[in-house]
Ligand binder design. Structure first.
Ligand code: ADP
Ligand code: MG
Length: 729
């Protein structure tokens, strides 16, 4: 039996405030104490071993077994001083969560005693028998093993009393079964391609890293109310609930003062994050009631992705201590804003230059424009794949649903950058420029100010916006692993930079000077990617029309958009860069379709149960009360007065019957559609059936339940209402 709404409210009112004593020390005193970071490694490792690890990280190199033994023994010593008893390889399987399988440090000895043991072998590789994790058919059932292998670039960390070692997760035959493997490969490809382009401007650049600063949006809901909502428990979102009379229309929540109970929770999880070296810096209220955001200082993308996965885990864990539940779903409540995970992305050279920040000189600005324009071109050419990378059942409620970013991928640049691009387009041509023209163009480029005007006045409706010194990919879903979109973005830009390098080299070979060749190629790209540039309101109806005219794709349906994963040019791109093979892409496509299907299947089952076993019995109870009342009125009133006295009740009885009948009918139809869909063997057809035939019932049934919520006596309604879920804090 689930908790009734009133019992939940009672519990909420009796709740003692949760007081978290502030840490005695300042953050810098305990920051990173639970991570085996480079600094700690330096303390615990012999110098040459430390140097080898450092070098391997900087150069994408391997670590030999002897060094690994050294690291393992240092890690063990460090961890055991902290009371750690177990270790685990920690990885990002394709179900979107993180996986761990703990093993104790101790090994038995022949005399029946045990000793603590952890070798380089344990560190480097494990074979978790993770045969139940999704593989998209890559692993044969007879060889169901997957291997996890140490990623030395991301620090090991302690959670509770377990040492967690970030790893990649691959199959027996070497295929990636996780998010980290292709991400690392894309970062490698981007590094190599970007360094070559940087050489046009600065010979000293030896490495380019990609930085990621995510912003994580989430909702909080009180634990007691959560337990009274089976839909929240099982699907992470509400499948019914009439809109609250007041929600976000007064715009009084965004950046408002953070409720006391919430801030106690935030401080608590932030401190946990600091111990793990996650540099959380920003916290604020978001637009919807009970919606919040946190963001760290950006980090190297692989680390940032690990930290985001870890953060989501910490947030959920700490929320329980505060009698909250953290909802990471993209759309927990209909009618109010959903949650995203903005991915702020930039490129940094080994010489310390942010390639996406305007500089002080025409030369540095030409380099800046080169990277900016190539990124824009990459997004233009790979829009469908980028769109696919952020597709999920949850994110479908945001993208294209008249909210948050639309399902159309476009790029916002701002007035000043747009002007600079228009200038290049107008002034450059394949004709040789006169020295005067060249000087003028360079002068104009030199005028791009370091701090851009539109940095503050940003277009929040664009899915991919330039924000002064980085691009912000806003369409990523709040519950997702950022690795998938970052892998696609890095790969798209890497390939684009390779093409750019080849294009410029060819012009140089034909006798055109380097700067002029760069200008000419950039001009071509500006012209070729015009259709992706959009400065207006991305939520507007006009944009949908305009985008269609421009030939931009607008696929709202998630299974449909996922097809881009296996499109010919996607395979060419990702296979060509060595990021993902065709087989791996097919596997990913299949897994994402299956996940979509299962999510809708679960939602449909939960809704059917709630409708039939919670809502219909409740409305019958209320209807019976009305019937009793009508009968009573008939008994005591003269027939001339009865009509007036019973009119409201009679009307309500009829309306209840009407909605109830429709709900029953549609639940039956939905079950039938599920049966049909379940018989389909082809994963694509099945996902499509779930999307097109089953999913619409979720909205239709809900509509009638929400109407009933407005009719039925508040005393009887079993599920916490939106006003309670959104305002209990
Ligand atoms: P806003 O909500 O105004 O976009 P936030 O402060 O919430 O900004 O988050 C901005 C995120 O962008 C932070 O994670 C920040 O570290 C990150 N960021 C800032 N500069 C860069 C950069 N050059 N590259 C990548 N991320 C960046
Ligand atoms: Mg923000």
């Amino acid at each position: 039996m689930s908790t009734h709404r009133f019992a939940a409210m009672q519990e909420l009112f009796n709740r003692d405030p949760i007081i978290v004593p502030p840490p005695a020390e300042k953050v810098s005193d305990f920051y990173g104490i639970n991570t085996f970071d480079l600094e700690t490694m330096k303390k615990y490792l012999p110098t040459d071993a430390y140097q080898s690890v450092k070098k391997a990280i900087d150069t994408w190199g391997y670590i030999d077994r002897k060094v690994a033994d050294s690291v393992a023994s240092a890690m063990k010593a460090w961890a055991m001083e902290r009371g750690v008893t177990h270790y685990t390889h920690w990885f990002h399987p394709l179900n979107g969560t993180t996986a761990e399988k703990h093993d104790a440090f101790f090994e038995p000895m022949s005399d029946g005693k045990v000793f603590e043991h952890f070798s380089g072998k344990n560190l480097i590789q494990q074979e978790p028998d993770a045969s139940s994790l999704p593989s998209g058919g890559i692993r044969n059932t007879f060889e169901a093993r997957g291997y996890s292998a140490w990623d030395p670039s991301s620090s090991a960390f302690i959670v509770d009393k377990t040492l967690c070692i970030p790893t990649v997760f691959i199959s027996y035959t070497g295929e990636a079964l996780d998010y980290k493997t292709p991400l690392l490969k894309s970062l490698y490809a981007l590094d190599k391609a970007a360094v070559k382009v940087c050489q046009f401007f600065d010979k000293d650049v030896t490495k380019v890293i990609s930085n990621l600063g995510w912003e994580q949006e989430y909702f909080l809901v009180d634990e007691a109310l959560y337990y009274a909502r089976p839909d929240l428990i099982l699907t992470d979102r509400t499948l019914m609930g009439h809109a609250s009379a007041k929600d976000q229309q007064l715009e009084d929540h965004y950046f408002g003062s953070i409720p006391e109970r919430v801030i106690a929770y935030m401080k608590d999880f932030e401190n946990e994050c600091y111990k793990l070296g996650i540099p959380l810096r920003t916290r604020h209220n978001e637009v919807a009631p009970n919606q919040y955001e946190c963001a760290p200082v950006y980090e190297e993308a692989n680390i940032a992705v690990d930290h985001n996965q870890l953060l989501m885990d910490v947030m959920k864990r700490v929320a329980r201590h505060h009698k909250f539940r953290a909802l990471l779903h993209e759309k927990p409540y209909s009618g109010v804003n959903g949650s995203g995970k903005h991915n702020n992305w930039s490129l940094l050279t080994s010489t310390g230059v942010n390639l996406l920040a305007p500089g002080n000189t025409p030369k540095s600005n030409l380099q800046f424009l080169t990277f900016l324009i190539n990124t824009m071109k990459a997004v233009n050419d790979r829009a469908d794949l980028l769109r696919a990378s952020i597709s999920s059942a949850g994110n479908e409620h945001r993208l294209g649903a008249n909210e948050a970013p639309p399902a159309i991928i476009s790029v916002f640049l701002g007035v000043q950058i747009s002007k600079a691009l228009d200038d290049i387009e107008a002034k450059v041509s394949s004709k040789k420029m006169t020295p005067d023209e060249k000087t003028e163009l360079k002068l104009n480029i030199g005028k791009i100010p370091k701090i851009l005007l539109d940095n503050t006045d940003r277009n929040r409706t664009s899915p991919f916006a330039f924000t002064g010194n980085r691009f912000e990919f806003r369409a990523v879903g709040s519950a997702m692993n950022c690795a998938a979109p970052m892998t696609v973005l890095n790969s798209a830009v890497a390939r684009q930079l390779q093409i750019f390098k080849a294009d410029v080299d060819e012009l140089i070979k034909s006798g055109i000077k380097k700067d002029e060749a760069i200008f000419q190629i950039l001009r071509n790209y500006i012209i070729e990617s015009k259709k992706v540039r959009f400065e207006g309101n991305g939520y507007s109806e006009e944009w949908t029309k305009e985008a269609k005219k421009r030939g931009l794709t607008n696929i709202v349906d998630a299974p449909e958009s996922l097809k881009a994963y296996i499109a010919k040019d996607s395979v060419e791109l990702l296979e060509g860069l060595g990021v993902l093979s065709k087989r791996e892409l097919e596997a990913r496509y299949e897994i994402r379709l299956e996940t979509f299907t299962k999510k809708i299947q679960i939602e449909a089952r939960v809704l059917g149960d709630l409708a039939v076993n919670h809502i219909i019995p409740t409305v019958i109870k209320y209807q019976n009360r009305l019937i009793e009342n009508v009968k009573g009125l008939k008994d005591i009133l003269p027939s001339s007065e009865f009509g007036d006295a019973a009119s409201y009740q009679l009307n309500a009885i009829k309306r209840i019957s009407k909605h109830k009948a429709l709900i029953q009918e549609m639940v039956d139809e939905m079950v039938d559609e599920r049966k049909v869909a379940n018989k389909l063997d082809d994963v694509r057809k099945k996902a499509s059936a779930y999307s097109k035939k089953v999913k619409p019932y979720l909205e239709d049934i809900r509509y009638h339940i929400d109407k009933l919520e407005l009719i039925v006596d508040d005393d009887l309604w079993p599920l916490p209402k939106y006003r309670e879920l959104l305002y209990a804090r």
